[in-house]
Structure formats: structure tokens, C-alpha cells
Design a protein around this ligand. Sequence first.
Ligand SMILES: [Zn+2]
Length: 200
Amino acid sequence: MKEGKIRFNTVFVSDKVPSDAKIVELKEWSEKFQKNGLTPVVEGNYTGNLSFRLKDGFVITASGLKNKENLADNCFVNVKAYDEKANTFFVEGKKKPSSESIMHHLLYKANKEINAVFHGHNDNIVSHAEKMSLPITETEYESGTIELAKEVLKVMGNKELIVIRNHGFVSLGKNMKKAGELALHTLNQTKTSNLDSAHT
Ligand SMILES: [Zn+2]
């Protein structure tokens, strides 16, 4: 299976598929993102990645998922810990975690109130970012790098949605509903701003 370039090591603590009750909700949001064009396959086989926090670590979509509808339980990975020095994730599951797991890890670490991190790609959101005064990352880095993760963290501050320059967006929330609705709301706003420009 082709996947976005993975720039970390993965140690499988066990092959146990995550069984947290909230996975149902993560499946629903994965499907909504797919249906609304927020997780298309983009250059390099990156799609998007969605996660929610656990007491220890987080559950995230696996890398290499082309379509995020009707995901089976084994398409999710339980990330238990990340050793920054060794750049190694310790996980439970059957697949490798999303190639953007470092970004999710850093966002959870820095924002204790945040329990969901959704990352998607959408040309409308990216191209309307300045017009809509959305925060945008400055320097461009390749997907999956620690540099990109740190740039996202820097621009995020205490905001809940930012745009990654020429790439996509990241939305956060105290729960999945908040993170998901914020992304959909932002997408809808781009449509309204399209209408505005048609009248001027
Ligand atoms: Zn991306």
C-alpha cells in the first residue's frame, strides 16, 4: 500500500486493534471529512488524518488510507508514546500510524484542553485563508516532518484552526464535534466568500 512518507520509527507494542468507544465517532468524522472533500488524495499520497486523545496517548487514523469512508477497526492505531530523541512511536494496532503523527503528538502535548486534532486538505480553505483572516503558517516544510509539526504548533498558539500554507488545515477541539464542526464551518465560509466576490 502506498502511503505518505513516514519520517519516524514505529515500534508495535502489540497488534491489538484500538477498542475505545469513541472510535465510532472518529469513523463518523472521517466519513464526513471524506464526503465534504476535506481529505482528498493529494500529491505524495497524503490524504488527511484525524485523532482523539486518550488518557495516555491518542487514537489516530492509520497511514496509507486512500478513502476515509467505511473504515474498519484495524484502520485506527493507538499511539501510546513518542520518544522524541529516538523519533520513535510506540503503538498498538495492525498498521502504522498516520505520517503526520508527530504533529498530533506535539499539539496534544502543548494544549491540555484539546481532545481532538483533525488535519485535512482543501483547496478552497487554503486559497481563501488570507481573505478570511485565518492564521497561516509562514515557512513551508514537507509533510510529515518535525519541522512542519513545530511550525504548526508555533502558529496555532491558543487558536483552534489554522491553515498550513499551500497544504491544508488543522482544526482542534475539546471534543471531536468541536474540531469537526469548526472545519466544516470554515469550509462553508469559503463558499459564502465566493458569493461575496461575485457581487463586487
Ligand atoms: Zn497534510
